[in-house]
Structure formats: structure tokens, C-alpha cells
Design a protein around this ligand. Structure first.
Ligand SMILES: Nc1ncnc2c1ncn2[C@@H]1O[C@H](COP(=O)(O)OP(=O)(O)OP(=O)(O)O)[C@@H](O)[C@H]1O
Ligand SMILES: [Mg+2]
Length: 404
């Protein structure tokens, strides 16, 4: 029986005042309308797509840059404006935004496009050829299609996909298909078949990382709307911007730092977000970033990293001539062997040792591993590799990613 005289333990919760006005504005899924410091990129994409307004086929576009540089936000903003304009002027321009992390095969990409163009119909279970024809049919009716392939590096048969779409464009007499590919994998382009590369990269665009001042401005604007007035101290914003700029110039990290700092303050019933909360948030965010970075790595790099994590967990270490064992340090050659074994187990192809070395350099660039040339105390010359973060967490994250 409820006791009238005792206060319910949740009563306090209702009385608590939140420091947020709208926490959703700090969610990684929220995209603001205004995108400061991206006018140049917005103008560039708009002018590439502008011929559509005159019924002319634009060049395909490949946009790349590091994570959190505003690629998705800018592209979707321009596409949405184009589609709105097309509706108001009856221009017959249609768009399909495909996140290739979810739609990671040609068939799935085509299915997503078909669903966007024929919202009333159900295509589940239809053959790839049928779906391809349906998409073509849509364009054949004189419609101009813009296909955004976000995180295009995730498409397993990407050469095949781009080839089919460009061939489709050549085949249709009226209407057109324009591709916008987006990637944060700076090596992706080099792995493409030369023919795919030249069709996709008719126009190329780079999104540079944001600097500390730019991030500060972005965060100030966001904090004004997301938090109550006077909650976030200016120095906390400067610190969050400096941290994010130093790590990667990534606006997503910066916004995430602000959100987590707010949560830290809220949990201790503080009405202010100061440097202290930002510092606490930094560790949390770092872990989240590493895990999400892993999920955006190309699959072959994930497999190499998985090999490193698995061997590290086996507590292997290198034995120096002195007999001293250095834990967690691995030979490049043994990792390549483990990688070969793992990729076979996952029924994935195995890349050559040359590509393997490229992947190792890339993983090192991301700070996920540390490497050194074996110096004194080791027989022979080889590269030594050590994981930069907790092996168990990394292994779990990759296994989840690969199975999904
Ligand atoms: N110029 C900007 N102004 C305000 N917020 C921005 C700006 N650029 C990016 N952001 C914020 O940063 C987040 C990340 O941006 P976005 O998703 O466009 O990055 P991306 O370049 O696509 O990264 P990834 O390669 O990881 O997909 C967005 O949610 C958005 O809130
Ligand atoms: Mg993106």
C-alpha cells in the first residue's frame, strides 16, 4: 500500500531541473540547419548538381575527408534543397540516400533505391536483375536520379555497383543517373578498378578537418540551443574544441564531448558545465570514438586488427635475446599468418603482404596500433606491433561488426 506520508522516491526526479533545454540537439543523429565553415563545400556540390535544373546530366562526384568533417551533413543538406526545389518547380529530379554501412552489397543498394523510387511497392525476394530494371524504368520516364552512396567504401562489390549504375545511365535515352560517393577512407580510391575510379571520380572534393576555432564556433552555436543559458562555461567550450581539434578536427567528437560533459554535470546535480566535466567526458568519448572508428574501417583492416587483438589476448610476447619477454608486442609476420587464418575462417579473401603492410600503416595512422622496427635484442629485422587499446574491447567490437 502506498503510504501517503512518505514521499515516493521518484518524486525528487520530477523536481530536478535539467541543465538541458533539448538534449537531442547534441545527438550524433541530429544535423543542424546551419553548417558554418562549409559554405565552400555547399557551393561546390550545388554547382556540380546545378545542370540538373536545366535537364542536363551532372558529373559524378566523389567526396572524401576524415570522420566528422561534415560530409554527410553537407551532402544531405544540398540534396534536400535540390529535391524541394524540384518539387516546387516540377523538375522531375529524384534522390536516394543510401547508407552503405547498412546496404553493403550491390543488391542491397539497388533494393534501397527501388524502395525510395517506388514507396508503394514491396521488392523483397525479387531478383537483382528485376530490381535493376525497375530502377532503370523509373529513370527511363525522363526522371533525373541522384544517388548518394554514403560510406561507399563499405560496399563489397563496389566496382560492380558503380559499373552497373554508369552503364544504366548510358543506356537510358531520357532521364539520368548521377552518383555521389562519400568516404572517410583515404585509401579507398586507390583500390578501385581504374574504370570505376574514372567514372566515380569525374569530380573530386576534399572535406578538410575543422580547426580549434571553427569547432569552438560550432560548439558555441550548439550549446546556446541545447543548454539553458549560462550553464556551459566558455572555457569548457574552448577545452572541448581544443581536444577535438587535436585528435582529429572532428565535429562529431566535439559535440559528443559537450553532451557527455553535460551528462557528467547532471549526474552530480551541478548546474554548470566546466573544464572539469569536459575532462571527465574525454575518457568516455575516447572509448566511444575508438569503437565507432573500428566500425568504419574497411573489412580487411578490421580483420588485420582482429588478428592483432586475438594474438594480444593469447598473452604472446616477444622473447628478447636476453630472455626477457615483452608482452603484447607482436611480430608483423605472425600477425599476417593469423590474419590469413581468420579471413579464411570468415570466408573473406586474403590480401597480399603488400596490402597488409598498407593496412598496418593505416591502422597506425589512426592510432589503433603502435609499430617500431625491431632494434637490438631481436634476431633479424622485422616490424614489431603493439595494440594501442584494450584487446578484449577491440576484439568484441570487431566480431560484432563482422557478424552484422
Ligand atoms: N559545419 C558544421 N556545423 C555544425 N555542426 C556540424 C558541422 N559539420 C559537422 N557537424 C556535426 O558533426 C556531426 C558529424 O558530421 P557528418 O556526419 O557530416 O560527418 P562526416 O564527414 O559524414 O563523418 P563520417 O566520415 O564519420 O561519416 C554531425 O552530426 C553534425 O552535427
Ligand atoms: Mg558521414
Amino acid at each position: 500500500m502506498p503510504d501517503e506520508h512518505t514521499e515516493n522516491i521518484f518524486e525528487k526526479e520530477l523536481l530536478k531541473e535539467s541543465i538541458f533545454v533539448d538534449r537531442n540537439l547534441l545527438s550524433p543523429h541530429f544535423t543542424p540547419k546551419e553548417l558554418p565553415f562549409r559554405e565552400k563545400q555547399i557551393n561546390e556540390i550545388s554547382s556540380i548538381l546545378a545542370p540538373l535544373v536545366h535537364k542536363k546530366k551532372p558529373n559524378n562526384l566523389f567526396a572524401y575527408g576524415k570522420p566528422g568533417a561534415g560530409k554527410t551533413a553537407v551532402t544531405t543538406k544540398v540534396l534536400n534543397q535540390l529535391l524541394e526545389f524540384s518539387v516546387s518547380k516540377n523538375l522531375g529530379i529524384f534522390g536516394s540516400y543510401v547508407n552503405c554501412r547498412t546496404h553493403n552489397k550491390k543488391y542491397r543498394v539497388m533494393l534501397k533505391m527501388a524502395k525510395d523510387f517506388y514507396p508503394e511497392e514491396n521488392f523483397l525476394g525479387f531478383s537483382a536483375a528485376f530490381i535493376y530494371e525497375k530502377v532503370l524504368d523509373f529513370a527511363r520516364r525522363g526522371k533525373d536520379l541522384v544517388i548518394v552512396l554514403d560510406e561507399i567504401d563499405k560496399v563489397k562489390d563496389v566496382d560492380d555497383l558503380v559499373y552497373s549504375l554508369t552503364r544504366a545511365n548510358d543506356e537510358i535515352k531520357s532521364g539520368s543517373i548521377t552518383i555521389i560517393g562519400i568516404s572517410n577512407n583515404l585509401m579507398f580510391k586507390e583500390q578501385l578498378d581504374p574504370r570505376t575510379k574514372s567514372s566515380l571520380c569525374e569530380h573530386e572534393m576534399v572535406f578538410p578537418p575543422y580547426n580549434a576555432n571553427e569547432l569552438k564556433e560550432i560548439l558555441t552555436q550548439r550549446a546556446q540551443k541545447a543548454f539553458k543559458q549560462g550553464v556551459v562555461e566558455e572555457s569548457a567550450i574552448s577545452l572541448a574544441s581544443a581536444i577535438a581539434a587535436q585528435e582529429s578536427g572532428d565535429a562529431r567528437t566535439a559535440v559528443m564531448l559537450l553532451l557527455r560533459a553535460g551528462e557528467v554535470a547532471e549526474r552530480k546535480n551541478s548546474s554548470k558545465v566546466t573544464d572539469e566535466e569536459v575532462k571527465k567526458a574525454k575518457n568516455k568519448v575516447e572509448e566511444e570514438i575508438i569503437l565507432s572508428m573500428i566500425s568504419t574501417l574497411p573489412q580487411q583492416e578490421q580483420l588485420v586488427l582482429l588478428a592483432i587483438a586475438s594474438l594480444s589476448l593469447q598473452n604472446k610476447g616477444i622473447k628478447k635475446i636476453t630472455g626477457h619477454i615483452e608482452e603484447g608486442v607482436l611480430f608483423s609476420g605472425e600477425i599476417y599468418e593469423e590474419y590469413t587464418r581468420i579471413s579464411k575462417a570468415y570466408k573473406e579473401e586474403t590480401v597480399s603482404a603488400r596490402w597488409y603492410r598498407e593496412y598496418i600503416s593505416e591502422l597506425e595512422m589512426y592510432g589503433l596500433i603502435l609499430t617500431t622496427a625491431s632494434g637490438k635484442g631481436i634476431r633479424g629485422q622485422t616490424r614489431l606491433i603493439k595494440l594501442g587499446f584494450d584487446a578484449k574491447k577491440i576484439k568484441d567490437a570487431i566480431e560484432k561488426e563482422i557478424i552484422a
